[in-house]
Design a protein around this ligand. Structure first.
Ligand code: FES
Length: 78
């Protein structure tokens, strides 16, 4: 099963150092780039991660990054 492409580009979000986030891996969440529980009907599970530093981060919206939860430029090839 392929993840749904939520957006062909990253979501710029403000993260807080040390805080835990759940990045949507299935692409179905209505609360991009974060999980809203929509993966339950898929084989995907969200990626739990702790922000290393406070500030803006670019989280993958296409769900095809090789470096989740971060955008690695893979969206340009979709
Ligand atoms: S948005 Fe997915 S790799 Fe850039």
């Amino acid at each position: 099963m392929e993840p749904k492409i939520a957006q062909k580009g990253p979501f710029a979000v403000k993260l807080e150092a040390g805080k835990n986030y759940h990045w949507c891996a299935c692409g179905r969440s209505q609360n991009q780039p974060f999980c809203d529980g929509s993966h339950k009907v898929t084989e995907f599970t969200p990626l739990s991660f702790n922000a290393e530093k406070s500030g803006e981060a670019h989280l993958c919206g296409c769900k095809h990054t090789k470096n989740p939860p971060y955008c690695d430029g893979s969206h340009a090839k979709l």
